[in-house]
Design a protein around this ligand. Sequence first.
Ligand code: AMP
Length: 223
Amino acid sequence: MKLLFLGPPGAGKGTQAKLVADKFGLLHIAPGDIFRQEVREGTELGRLVEGIMAEGKLVPDDITTQIIEKRIKSPEAAEGLVLDGFPRNVAQAEALAKILGEMGTKLDLVINLEVPEEELIQRASTRRVCSGCGKPYNIKLDPPKTEGQCDVCGGTLITRPDDNEETVRQRLKVYHELTEPLFEYYNRDGIVVSINGCGDVDSVFQRIAEALEQKGLSGKRDS
Ligand code: AMP
């Protein structure tokens, strides 16, 4: 099964993509998580992308595509994958089609998480991420069991440097200009399903699970 999550920043893509990946044994691939880890580790790539991310702009396509291609072709993706945050523009979508085409496969479904814009800005202010493992939280909608501490690894929860209102608005602008054209791109194949992303994590996950069931994908495994 090969899924892609689309949706504006703060729609809950990361949270839901991870849940779907865990439930179906798929590899979760999120360039944002990969880049944040590189920044945490202070690598050359981390130093290169840190400023770009802080401004809410996109990392160059060639760098991003190369990193994602490696993950897509890795043995961990044998059961299938959930793409979260890639592609983010038409050039990346074309690169993805080429990579999957070379592997003799294609995307099964594009899940579009819909959340009103004002709620996205509101959500960013209550979003936190674990400084250790990168797990996302929302202190209102999806708080950790112990305040300020990750349920999974005990790491300290921090606010992402790109979750301030100015950068969130810039990321929304990039989303509208560069990522939204992907709906038309994937609609040509009739594989887009829109899901209401409002409400608590479990309710949204339930809607996604129902959509996968309706599309006959809940039992699908890649061979
Ligand atoms: P995210 O965690 O998906 O919100 O991504 C955080 C940031 O990482 C974005 O604002 C971009 O700077 C960078 N990024 C994530 N995915 C991509 C991508 N597909 N192409 C270029 N830059 C990306």
